[in-house]
Design a protein around this ligand. Structure first.
Ligand SMILES: *[C@@H]1O[C@H](CO)[C@@H](O)[C@H](O)[C@H]1NC(C)=O
Ligand SMILES: *[C@@H]1O[C@H](CO)[C@@H](O)[C@H](O)[C@H]1NC(C)=O
Ligand SMILES: *[C@@H]1O[C@H](CO)[C@@H](O)[C@H](O)[C@H]1NC(C)=O
Ligand SMILES: *[C@@H]1O[C@H](CO)[C@@H](O)[C@H](O)[C@H]1NC(C)=O
Ligand SMILES: *[C@@H]1O[C@H](CO)[C@@H](O)[C@H](O)[C@H]1NC(C)=O
Ligand SMILES: *[C@@H]1O[C@H](CO)[C@@H](O)[C@H](O)[C@H]1NC(C)=O
Length: 432
């Protein structure tokens, strides 16, 4: 077998062998459709079906070589993923009564310790006598905490296609614990020996973290407020007023502006439950959110994500201001590689839904088809291939090469990244 089939990261040979057999049928579905109640996509559905609980990703069985790769070899890549499944980030005003199943995190040890110190881990306790118990579920999970199921999905993600020489990989995460934990799961999936090893992940200080993104940008906020104040946005809130009233009555969320301005919190609190096999919430009088209403919420969630970060008039300006700093760092990586100066072969990022949707939008993936809410474990891989004379980039989204992004000159790809980074982004963010 020609050596171009042997990837520098060793195992993807497996991918390559599979790749010769040829990859995937399209699993694309329209908004709101897909799997929302299990990390395992049922075998009667295409492998790359949208699965909110555990997105499809590059894997040995369905990896395909680029059509143009006959004289090219893979030489470099950057990959960005969202963390895997977790407990809800948002709480209902009367959270306790809206969980018939406690949230159990005792099956996953939460280590956090200082360098040479004892291996301290923390266990969350929610005592029944706590005066504020009504505001939280019963059990042993904090909010937004990676679960054992999420960790297992991260490990499977790392196992799916990758193998590493640990010296070849650079990992960047946000400052959220769940992103470190996902990195640790991915690493051990790539190489079980990593379980016994320490490995650095790089973060930025939370006030200026580019990956969430967390840096303040009042000009971007103003742009977004403007396009969420026009009928193109407000019409969908008006059209779904009945749904909202039903949800509010059952969940006690009326008059809460953060539950009224969009469907984000309903989406999070429903899907976090269903992805973990918990039922949709039922209140103390026995009334439950219906499957039909939950289905409406997830479809609206897809629409909102596409509108805010991709489709709205000025969405590009908003995404550029809020994610330009991350895109700048990607552009720097590819330039460093081009100049022969990148010591790493794989730069791997673990971020959030907000990272994935902005990157997808700024890469132009939303011009191919409307974007959906980035699923847990969502993945964008940017491969660099060296042909006889030129270097090319291929972009793979949720395990499937993106139409129109299969073979782009590296120089053109870098220019396209740079074109999404506003000049003087700091000044622009803080201009009125
Ligand atoms: C998940 O939802 C689908 C569609 O609503 C349903 O057919 C399936 O039985 C559910 N699976 C689980 C594990 O609850
Ligand atoms: C890539 O392959 C396509 C289809 O075979 C061909 O039309 C195109 O010219 C190739 N591009 C390059 C840069 O080799
Ligand atoms: C939650 O804990 C409270 C206090 O111990 C108890 O009254 C309630 O029944 C528990 N709920 C569930 C669903 O276990
Ligand atoms: C988009 O930005 C332009 C220029 O600032 C502004 O005139 C227009 O009203 C904005 N559109 C929306 C929908 O906010
Ligand atoms: C439970 O939901 C029903 C139906 O939406 C509603 O009428 C009732 O007031 C709710 N009860 C509580 C305690 O929130
Ligand atoms: C919401 O506000 C309306 C009008 O101010 C009031 O009648 C209603 O009781 C409030 N509902 C809740 C759940 O606080």
């Amino acid at each position: 077998m020609d050596c171009y089939l042997v990837w520098f990261l060793r195992i993807p040979v497996l991918c390559y062998l599979a790749g010769l057999v040829i990859g995937g049928d399209s699993g694309s579905l329209s908004s709101g459709q897909g799997v929302y109640n299990s990390s395992t996509t049922p075998s009667n559905l295409p492998w790359n079906t949208y699965n909110y609980c555990n997105a499809p990703h590059v894997n040995a069985k369905h990896y395909s070589l680029p059509a143009n790769a006959s004289h090219a070899k893979l030489v470099y890549m950057n990959a960005v993923i969202r963390h895997h499944k977790r407990s809800p980030d948002n709480l209902y005003p009367e959270e306790n009564e809206l969980n018939s199943v406690p949230w159990d995190c005792t099956d996953f040890t939460q280590y956090s310790y200082g360098g040479s110190g004892s291996h301290v881990f923390h266990e969350t306790s929610i005592p029944s006598w706590h005066p504020f118990l009504s505001q939280i579920w019963n059990g042993t999970c904090d909010t937004g905490q990676l679960t054992k199921g999420g960790f297992d999905d991260a490990t499977a993600h790392g196992k799916a296609c990758w193998s590493i020489n640990e010296k070849d990989i650079f990992i960047r995460t946000s400052t959220e614990t769940r992103t470190f934990q996902v990195a640790s799961g991915v690493l051990v999936g790539m190489d079980p020996a990593m379980a016994a090893k320490s490995f650095p992940v790089t973060t930025q200080p939370s006030p200026i973290d580019s990956i969430v993104p967390a840096y303040s940008c009042p000009a971007a906020d103003a742009i977004r407020n403007a396009y969420q104040s026009v009928p193109a946005w407000t019409d969908h809130l008006d059209a779904n007023a009945d749904l909202k009233a039903r949800l509010d009555a059952t969940l006690g969320t009326a008059n809460r502006s953060d539950w009224a301005s969009w469907y984000d919190h309903f989406f999070d609190t429903f899907t976090s439950r269903t992805c973990h096999g918990h039922p949709l919430p039922c209140n103390s009088t026995g009334a439950c959110v219906s499957e039909a209403d939950a289905a409406k919420v997830v479809a609206i969630g897809d629409w909102e994500y596409d509108y805010i970060w991709n489709a709205a008039e000025n969405a590009t300006a908003y995404s550029q201001l809020t994610f330009g700093t991350s895109v700048l760092s990607l552009a720097q990586n590819f330039k460093l590689f081009r100049s022969g100066g990148d010591p790493y072969k794989l730069r791997f990022y673990v971020g959030h839904d907000g990272s994935m949707i902005r990157l997808a939008s700024l890469l132009g993936l939303g011009k191919v088809a409307p974007l959906r809410w980035p699923a847990l474990g969502s993945e964008i891989v940017m491969e660099v291939w060296q042909s006889k004379k030129e270097k090319f980039v291929r972009v793979i989204h949720e395990g499937t090469p993106v139409v129109g992004f299969e073979w782009i000159l590296l120089d053109a790809f870098i220019s396209s990244l740079e074109s999404q980074v506003p000049a003087s982004i700091f000044e622009l963010c803080n201009s009125s």
